[in-house]
Design a protein around this ligand. Structure first.
Ligand code: E4P
Length: 218
């Protein structure tokens, strides 16, 4: 499963990319609002795409197809790594089809049902982003949605990649991987939570204490 970082924070992106832990980046307008600082959005997207050797999702903010397509083309022209993100609305799916017809990769976002995911695939989506945590927030089972999409896409040989999004904790990541999501996007906090296990810390402490008793250098 590919792991993407869900952030527009350059220092977090550099940290994870330098460690070789991520395959791409997703952003959204809210993340831009909190992470762009003084930078122009286009400049920030270009910088992120230079750092990360993989897809970088940049979202349109228009709500009508022609302006979505216009924004999408401008975003895609910034760097080869840019994937244009459009919302799962009728206008968004029309924009998806038009962008795909010009060879631009599209991530269809804000997916909350398997039938929405089916339509996104029809519109040529490169990625579909089911929002797991936000469904859990309203008392539904977000992971079940990822499972349903997997089943449908496999049944019909659909190549759109499932990008599990809005993941809030390591269990969401584990479940997405077990179901066979193609990618998962995680906030930095969740990425580093994946690393942690109390037995790793205790084990390392014991190894180092035992080594000290030897009184030698390696
Ligand atoms: C995905 O592309 C979205 O940016 C993101 O995963 C949304 O997560 P949230 O529901 O925690 O805001």
């Amino acid at each position: 499963m590919k792991i993407f970082l869900d952030t527009a924070d350059l220092s977090e992106i550099r940290r994870a990319a330098d460690a070789g832990l991520i395959d791409g980046i997703t952003t959204n307008p809210s993340l831009l609002a909190s992470g762009a600082g003084d930078r122009e959005p286009a400049e920030l997207f270009r910088e992120i795409a230079e750092i990360v050797d993989g897809p970088v999702s940049a979202e349109v903010v228009a709500t009508e197809t022609p302006t979505m397509v216009e924004e999408g083309k401008r975003l895609a022209a910034l760097h080869d790594n840019i994937v244009v993100k459009v919302p799962l609305t009728e206008a968004g799916l029309r924009a998806c089809r038009q962008l795909r017809d010009t060879g631009i990769r599209v991530n269809v976002t804000l997916c909350f049902s398997a039938v929405q995911a089916l339509l996104a695939a029809k519109a040529g989506a490169t990625f579909i982003s089911p929002f797991v945590g936000r469904l859990d927030d309203v008392g539904q089972d977000g992971i079940e949605l990822v499972a349903e999409i997997r089943e449908i896409y496999d049944e019909y040989g659909i190549e759109t990649e499932i990008l599990a999004a809005s993941l809030r904790h390591p269990k969401h990541v584990l479940q997405s991987a077990l179901i066979g999501a193609d990618c998962a996007t995680l906030p930095p906090k969740v990425l580093y939570q994946l690393l942690k296990h109390p037995l790793t810390d205790v084990g390392l402490e014991r190894f180092l204490a035992d080594w000290e008793t030897l009184g030698r250098d390696l």
